[in-house]
Ligand binder design. Structure first.
Ligand SMILES: *Cc1c(COP(=O)(O)O)cnc(C)c1O
Length: 421
């Protein structure tokens, strides 16, 4: 019999054994057969300090000698308390409360449940739906699946099972669009129409700020996000930012929403939060949302994942944020961003539709998904770990990658399209 391990997003029929990883260092993966691969994906965008960062490793060794886990129901511990304070200090103005869970999807579930319960408890009993955005991706649990793009997302099959929510048109005006750009003005009109139509049943609006990641790397205008904030205020709708992918520098600032100068009412962090070392999510809320849960016991937030606030995960997150600050990551991110622009802005090849860069995210979008079929294997032969999906070849590397290593990745991506035949 073949090995029982079932892989994610993978057709298991005739699956060749995947490369076996034994260790890693920086941006490099070490394989059992002695090969080394340059990781273009930072392990699904979370390993922002690369593999085996000495300070994260040390922090975990220290914590494991004290306390690996304890329940957060009725008890507390220093790593969770310290991390909650740190997150409030570094996140945008107004996010003053922190609820921990163990993965991005669960962090989103917490945000949705929090928003709906908040509305119900202030007597807004009609407000039980969310407004999401086409091309969105918010996770794989059923609550999250219902917020993903219902047409092009990966969960179409489940349409009849999922909770019905509403979807606004995805913004089309790019990151640099000016305030009078006609495409942006049209995007804003469509957004206003969605709010006008659905606001009475909306608990919250949810969006990935500036970069819709897994839904196709849509990099859009901060001005659209400012309009989102204005409309939420106008209609009494809570604003949830899913910064699971964009948080911790991925779009060029610590959090993407800083570039639009707006704060949400609820914000979800995960992926880069622990430097990718352990599963952890934080759902941050404004004081106003938090106050909505004050009163009798029936008003409490009835949620509590077993592993919430795990001390090892919290300690890794504290070390990760410290390294981010002390090692001047925002400067590194700027340098890597410049390299991506140099490498990708002018690139064109047969079958390539366009390229896009934001922060440390570089994307080559092709016309037909078929075109990318051989890319992963080609890159593997060149010593680079790439995992394209749909019509997107992308790199979202760790921030410890050198400029030369990053150029190696983009050069392999480009060379694939320029092969003879
Ligand atoms: C990855 C991701 C999620 C889901 O996080 P998991 O930890 O995989 O459950 C949700 N939203 C966004 C924007 C993501 O990139």
């Amino acid at each position: 019999m073949t090995n029982p391990l079932w892989y994610p997003y993978t057709q298991m029929q005739n699956l060749p054994p995947p490369p076996r990883v034994t260790s890693g260092k920086g941006a490099w993966l070490h394989l059992a057969d002695g090969r080394q691969l340059l990781d273009a994906t930072s392990a699904w965008w979370c390993l922002i300090h690369g593999y085996r960062h000495p300070r994260l490793d040390a922090a975990l060794h220290e914590q494991i000698d004290q306390l690996s886990h304890v329940m957060l129901g009725g008890l507390t511990h220093a790593p969770a308390l310290e991390l909650a304070e740190k997150l409030v200090a570094i996140t945008p103005e107004g996010l003053d409360r922190v609820f921990f869970s163990d993965s991005g999807s669960v962090g989103i579930e917490v945000a949705m449940k929090m928003a709906v319960q908040y509305q119900l408890q202030r007597g807004q009993t009609e407000r039980t739906r969310l407004l999401s955005v086409m091309r969105a991706y918010h996770g794989d649990t059923s609550g999250c699946m219902a917020l993903c793009d219902p047409e092009e997302g990966m969960h179409q099959l489940f349409a009849g099972w999922l909770q019905p929510h509403y979807f606004a048109a995805a913004p089309r005006a790019g990151f640099k669009a000016g305030a009078d750009d006609p495409v942006l003005l049209e995007d804003i009109q469509l957004l206003q129409a969605s709010f006008a139509q659905h606001h009475q049943s909306l608990a919250a609006f949810i969006v990935e700020p500036l970069l819709q990641a897994a839904g196709g790397f849509n990099m859009y205008s901060p001005i659209w996000l400012q309009e989102v904030r204005r409309l939420c205020n106008q209609y009494g709708v809570l604003l949830i930012f899913d910064e699971i992918a964009t948080g911790f520098g991925r779009t060029g600032s610590l959090f993407a929403c800083e570039q639009a100068g707006v704060s949400p009412d609820i914000m979800v962090l995960s992926k880069g939060l622990t430097g990718g070392y352990l599963g952890l999510a934080a759902t941050l809320a404004s004081e106003e949302v938090f106050q909505g849960f004050y009163g009798g016991p029936e008003k409490a937030f009835m949620h509590g994942p077993t592993f919430m606030g795990n001390p090892l995960a919290c300690r890794a997150a504290l070390a990760s944020i410290q390294v981010f600050e002390e090692d001047h990551y925002l400067e590194r991110i700027q340098q890597l961003n410049r390299v991506l622009h140099e490498e990708l802005d002018e690139f064109s090849a047969p079958g390539v539709q366009t390229t896009r860069v934001l922060g440390v995210t570089g994307v080559i979008e092709v016309e037909q998904a078929e075109t990318l079929k051989g890319l992963s294997r080609y890159a593997l032969e060149q010593g680079v770990w790439l995992r394209p999906f749909g019509r997107y070849a992308y790199t979202m590397p760790s921030y410890v990658i050198s400029e030369e290593e990053l150029r190696r990745i983009t050069q392999v991506m480009k060379a694939y399209f320029l092969q003879p035949g």
